[in-house]
Design a binder for this molecule. Structure first.
Ligand code: AMP
Length: 409
């Protein structure tokens, strides 16, 4: 069965078509700058094979419907396309950022589900409307095709109240749903499943700490396969230091900024989300630029690296205390998969807690899962590339064929 995975943003649509009999990616593409005077649609066909080819068109893309139609045109291109027609697509999986408290697992989309996703818009005003646009367009373009919503928050719905409640007036939780939800759940769940498989143990008996370090960063404590705490909060701003997002700060800083600098709440929101994190400290949000700057003697860049890796270490320690026994620590996403320095600094000094990285294993550059801890490390440390599209496609297949057990991820 061929599954189309759609990640619809406010001005972009990422899409991937997978053949789930082999879990091969047939095509991977992106529609960008939707609604701007000039947009782009590009798609790589049969990536990683001898037959790999690429198609790209620069043209105005008025709205999400036009964008999705253009994506389908590339997928069905007479010369290079990977499917004959839309009818070859068996089901569609949509990434949805926020599922609130309602969605604990991937869900087949119907009108009630659409309404419930709409209901969570106040919790994710930047993301859920764009996800909804993608779903509504796909429902129109693929009538009768089963469509599934896979929520970034769902994996974290097992977090107990002591970890999800903020110490705030309780009716803010009851009436305004203010609590920790956590994000990147599809990624944490996927790498946890892969780690369990690689360790040769059922996920339901594994205690893991998964560390997703990309543009956005988060860490999850997983007990017997279930998320029991995570660093991102009610919104994707809390916790670790990210590319442009602050992570944890004293909430009274908002008041200080307003009273002393005269900033209004919209500006504070923008500054904490777009101008903080690594970028706020040193001007660079890409870790590769930070390493180049450090090598050139930039002290602020060195400080940014120090602040981020210190925060990582602090949360690893906290989650070790939460879990007690830890079987595996997993690094994933752009920085986690590629940056040996960030990895080694994030666990520096934790040997006495049973985490020891082998420097030579850590420095190996491979785009595949690998163990980087020493043979005597009590906690196995893994680098596991995340694959959210594959995870969404597997969840979608599982709902199409509910009688077949889902592949262990
Ligand atoms: P993601 O959000 O998972 O796509 O990760 C994006 C981030 O990964 C970029 O902003 C970079 O900071 C980081 N990144 C990607 N490649 C490398 C690399 N080779 N070394 C260090 N950081 C990297």
């Amino acid at each position: 069965m061929k599954i189309l995975v759609i990640n619809s943003g406010s001005s972009s649509i990422k899409f991937q078509l997978l053949d789930m009999s082999s879990e091969q990616v047939l095509a991977s593409g992106l529609v960008e700058r939707i609604g701007e005077p000039m947009g782009t649609v590009k798609c790589t066909m049969r990536p990683g094979t001898e037959k790999q080819s690429a198609l790209k068109r620069d043209l105005p893309v008025a709205d999400h419907q036009t964008g999705m139609l253009l994506a389908v045109e590339l997928l069905t291109d007479k010369a290079q396309g990977v499917v004959g027609s839309r009818a070859d697509i068996g089901a569609i999986g949509h990434r949805v950022v926020h599922g609130g408290e309602r969605f604990h697992q991937p869900t087949v989309i119907d009108s009630a589900v659409l309404a419930a996703i709409r209901d969570t818009v106040p919790l994710a005003p930047l993301h859920n409307p764009a996800n909804l646009d993608g779903i509504e367009v796909a429902l129109r373009l693929f009538p009768g095709v089963l469509q599934v919503a896979v929520f970034d928050t769902a994996f974290h719905q097992s977090i107990p109240p002591r970890a999800y409640l903020y110490a705030l007036p309780y009716d803010w939780y009851e009436h305004h749903r203010i609590r920790r939800y956590g994000f990147h759940g599809t990624s944490h769940k996927y790498v946890a499943g892969e780690c369990a498989r690689l360790m040769g143990k059922p996920l339901a008996r594994c205690n893991l700490i998964t560390v997703h370090l990309g543009n956005g960063c988060s860490m999850t404590a997983i007990e017997n396969g279930r998320s029991i705490d995570t660093t991102l909060g009610m919104t994707p701003l809390e916790g670790l230091v990210m590319g442009t997002r602050s992570g944890d700060i004293d909430p009274a800083i908002h008041v200080f900024l307003h009273r002393n600098l005269g900033l209004d709440i919209e500006e504070i929101d923008r500054l904490l989300n777009k101008e903080s994190g690594l970028k706020g400290i040193c001007g660079y949000n890409d870790m590769r630029d930070i390493h180049s700057a450090v090598a050139a003697g930039d002290r602020r860049a060195a400080l940014a690296l120090d602040v981020q890796t210190y925060r990582n270490r602090k949360y690893i320690g906290a989650f070790m205390a939460v879990l007690g026994r830890v079987d595996g620590l997993v690094f994933t996403a752009g920085i986690g998969e590629n940056d040996d320095q960030v990895r080694s600094r994030s666990v520096q000094g934790l040997e006495c807690f049973g985490i020891a990285i082998d420097p030579e294993r850590n420095q190996r550059r491979l785009n595949e899962p690998r163990l980087i801890s020493t043979d005597t490390s009590a906690v196995q440390v893994w680098v596991i590339p995340t694959n959210e599209e594959l995870a969404i496609a597997r969840e979608t297949v599982a709902l199409v064929n509910p009688q077949e057990p889902m592949k262990e991820t």
